[in-house]
Design a protein around this ligand. Structure first.
Ligand code: NAD
Length: 295
């Protein structure tokens, strides 16, 4: 049993912290939202009154925060984690943030003598609740070895992708592929509709031929062929278009700084940005099919 501080118990962090409690860890939770803290407490976590209270005398800290600025502030800002934790505390950031911020925060932690990994996840709220997340981990071999037994209680697949920042790099590359492939599948179904082709027939063909991909077979953007997909519940998220727009922006930032050529990623970032701008950011990202159809 380890003593773990969990900072950020929102949609993802809440169920992740609950799984650590179920695995008999002693979890102390902190969040700016009293409502989210109530839920964490109901799931068996100890309620911390402040960040300092949460991270005092723990073996590890896990953060699950919205984006890079929050992660930088919570670790390196005034009254931040790096100045509060006991020597030897392992630091794990599971948020999805930009590669540069992940490297900067890990470097700040290392300068203060702490091991830190970036460990973003894929699998969504469903995966967080079921404890089946995929973790993509950037950091040293030693830090990975220490973190793995903790991550195992929240995820099923844990891959050490390289040095600091490599977890975030894997995450944004994967999500750029996903964002683009969902648009490709949506365009296919929209064209089929114009051509008078039954969407189920397109699915029967494309799901078993070269158009096959996750966006087609697991998360199909038209209602019918895949009953569990958000299209069957009026595009209720799931994974929101706002979150997808954020990940696509991160991918574009990384492409610009690294010199990678990603024209489809750029177009996809614009399209999810548009979906957000027209007030549909709270819908599932697969609702992009309706934006493209002008519906
Ligand atoms: P969320 O908004 O539900 O949760 C974030 C929590 O952080 C909130 O409860 C908020 O109050 C808290 N918070 C913000 N600033 C804080 C601070 N300074 N101190 C303490 N708490 C603070 O978001 P989420 O959906 O749980 O996503 C969290 C991260 O996981 C994001 O980086 C997101 O990109 C990533 N992610 C989300 C999903 C998904 O499907 N929701 C999937 C994979 C990855």
């Amino acid at each position: 049993m380890a003593r773990i501080a969990f900072i950020g118990v929102g949609n993802m962090g809440g169920p992740m912290a609950a799984n650590l409690v179920k695995a008999q860890h002693q979890v102390r939770a902190f969040d700016l939202s009293a409502e989210n803290l109530d839920r964490a407490e109901a799931a068996g976590a100890e309620r911390a009154a402040s960040l300092a209270d949460a991270v005092r005398d723990v073996d590890a800290v896990v953060t699950m925060l919205p984006a890079g600025p929050e992660v930088r502030a919570v670790y390196l800002g005034e009254g931040g984690i790096v100045g509060l934790v006991a020597p030897g505390t392992l630091l794990i950031d599971a948020s999805t943030i930009d590669v540069d911020a992940a490297r900067a925060v890990a470097a700040g932690a290392a300068a203060a003598g702490f091991e830190m990994i970036d460990a973003p996840v894929s699998g969504g709220v469903g995966g967080a609740s079921a404890g089946t997340l995929t973790f993509m981990v950037g950091g040293s071999e030693a830090a990975f070895a220490r973190a793995e037994p903790i991550l195992q209680h929240m995820g099923k697949t844990i891959v050490h992708t390289g040095a600091s920042g490599a977890g975030q790099a894997a995450k944004i590359c994967n999500n750029m592929i996903l964002g683009i492939s969902m648009i490709a599948v949506s365009e296919g179904f929209n064209l089929a509709e114009k051509l008078g082709l039954d969407p189920q027939k397109l699915f029967d063909v494309a799901s078993r031929s070269s158009g096959q991909c996750w966006s087609m077979t697991t998360y199909c953007p038209v209602p019918g062929p895949v009953p569990a997909s958000p299209a069957n519940r009026d595009y209720q998220a799931g994974f929101t278009a706002a979150m997808m727009a954020k990940d696509m922006r991160l991918a574009q930032q990384a492409a610009q700084t690294s010199g990678a050529v990603t024209p489809l990623g750029a177009a996809a970032a614009q399209l999810y940005g548009l979906m957000n701008a027209v007030g549909r950011g709270g819908q599932d990202f697969s609702g992009i099919i309706r934006v493209l159809a002008g519906k």
